[in-house]
Design a binder for this molecule. Structure first.
Ligand SMILES: Nc1nc2c(ncn2[C@@H]2O[C@H](COP(=O)(O)OP(=O)(O)OP(=O)(O)O)[C@@H](O)[C@H]2O)c(=O)[nH]1
Ligand SMILES: [Mg+2]
Length: 479
């Protein structure tokens, strides 16, 4: 749950509350505080704390803050801003528009406004301050100054913290992102489809054959292409579609259906343990960092274990990411036994009452046999230390590898077990069609997609959005 989720209650479902501070629950989860890497934290991030209900008329008496100083809330401009926030549409983007008005770059004005926004939304002061401090540190590390450089990340962080990711606003932002990421795939695919529809009026054998070729070219592979055409024929028969133009809708429905793989729900006894697997260079480490970032923004306590002990540089890379995300980190020197690292990390994660443990694994072992043996050893020790662990084995696949994704999935599924897939590097590839093939052949859910190298570029996968983005529909409104 987002740590400012109380605001949902305030603004939930309709008119913004005109009486800020009146409909506030007395308890809420505490904010994620900065967790320096490799430091034992005694606090449990799930502990509820007593809310200190801010009263803007008296908050001048608030404790002074270490970094960005809150302004005197009696200040006229602040009162005016608070009023405008209350009057704004109860949507994140609307609130953001209000506080970013006249703000061009990072600085005191921005920190003040952010604190004001968070406090107006009844975030306890220390949580608001932690949010602002973390964000300011991040901007410094990234060397971003202009609002346009960080607006999107700021909105993403607020959405996660406020538990507003399902909001329509965020969903359409995600759709635009997926749609942009898939533009090259779509371009190729829709051009082929248009030509196909233009060249044939009726659903005859020649039409279906050409469609099959088109699917093969879109990186579905032979088997999946064949199967997809069969399914479309069946749909056309059932729905009595006889003209080629009607096939677009059938295709959209079918693709959406393919992605509707039931998600496996496992009863989790915390810490939830997630094992990241996949071949060399697909994006395992980066994806762990992005997932950890999401979890941290949602107030979870996270640990990352470097069970990729193959190169010293890989361990250092992971440590840097862990620090950036504010996650605990567990590693041993390069060349150590990966299973021992996993075992120790598991032990520590239980003792330190971590919510989520990510185990990063190597992608580059000399032989497949080695890789698979090592993975099963890691799985074994995790399960020995903590019942049910790993709760999820996530196979990371690089979308740019196209057809190769299919053989990787088969190999890992057979040898190591795979519960779900994350598809990375969808931005800019023309091979996004491979997602269909993998989901169709292996009946595995795709849970997230990587749409770029930034922290906010990992987003939950939505089959419907993906189908629409792939097949050239520009809006999700018709959904
Ligand atoms: N454009 C783009 N690049 C990505 C994405 N995900 C990861 N990358 C990049 O891919 C490269 C490899 O990422 P890593 O996370 O190191 O991959 P890995 O699987 O851990 O690699 P090994 O540990 O060597 O097996 C990095 O340069 C990442 O920035 C994505 O979604 N889009
Ligand atoms: Mg790695």
């Amino acid at each position: 749950m987002g740590f400012f989720s109380a605001i949902k209650k305030m603004f939930g479902g309709g008119e913004p509350s005109k009486e800020t501070g009146k409909e506030i629950p007395s308890e809420r989860p505490s904010a994620p505080s900065e967790q320096p890497s490799d430091v034992t934290l005694e606090t449990d991030s799930r502990t509820s704390i007593q809310a200190s209900v801010p009263d803007l008329s008296t908050s001048a008496a608030a404790t002074p803050l270490p970094a960005a100083q809150p302004t005197d809330a009696k200040d006229d401009s602040d009162a005016d801003l608070t009023l405008r926030l209350r009057e704004a549409e109860p949507r994140l983007s609307a609130w953001l528009a209000v506080i970013l008005e006249d703000v061009e770059e990072a600085g005191e004005l921005l920190w003040r406004r952010l604190l004001l926004l968070l406090r107006s939304l009844d975030a306890p002061q220390d949580e608001a301050q932690a949010f602002v401090d973390e964000f300011r540190d991040w901007l410094e590390r990234m060397e971003y100054r202009q609002v346009e450089e960080f607006r999107s990340e700021l909105q993403y962080r607020l959405a996660l913290a406020l538990d507003l990711e399902d909001e329509e606003d965020e969903r359409s932002r995600l759709f635009v992102k997926i749609s942009n990421g898939l533009s090259r795939t779509r371009e190729q695919f829709t051009r082929g489809l248009e030509a196909l529809f233009a060249g044939h009026g009726e659903l005859d054998d020649a039409f279906w054959e050409e469609m099959e070729e088109l699917f093969i070219m879109a990186d579905l592979g032979y088997e999946a292409a064949l199967e997809l055409v069969e399914r479309l024929k069946e749909r056309a028969r059932k729905e009595k579609v006889t003209e080629t133009v009607g096939v677009r809708k059938l295709l959209m429905d079918e693709v959406e259906e393919i992605f509707r793989v039931p998600r496996h729900i496992v009863a989790v006894n915390p810490p939830e343990v997630i094992l990241m697997i996949g071949v060399n260079g697909v994006g395992k480490t980066t994806t762990i960092a992005k997932l950890a970032h999401r979890d941290r923004m949602q107030g979870k306590k996270v640990m990352i274990a470097a069970a990729d002990t193959f190169r010293a540089a890989a361990i250092e890379q992971l440590q840097v990411w862990a620090e950036r995300a504010g996650a605990l980190f567990h590693a041993r020197a390069a060349g150590s036994d990966p299973a021992s690292v996993a075992y120790e990390a598991m032990d520590r994660a239980v003792r330190e009452r971590v919510d989520v443990l990510y185990v990063d694994t190597a992608g580059r072992l000399q032989t497949k046999v080695n890789l698979m043996e090592e993975l099963s050893k890691i799985r074994h020790v995790l399960g020995k230390k903590h019942e049910g662990a790993p709760h999820r084995s996530v196979l990371v696949i690089d979308a740019t590898t196209g057809q190769n994704a299919l053989s990787q999935t088969r190999l890992f599924k057979e040898a190591a077990g795979v519960d779900e897939l994350i598809l990375t590097k969808l931005d800019g590839t023309a091979k996004g069609g491979v997602a269909i093939a993998v989901a169709m052949q292996y009946h595995l859910p795709i849970t997230y997609v990587g749409l770029g190298e930034k922290m906010e570029d990992l987003r939950p996968f939505d089959g419907g959005d993906y189908a629409r983005a792939l097949l050239g529909q520009n809006s999700q409104s018709e959904a």
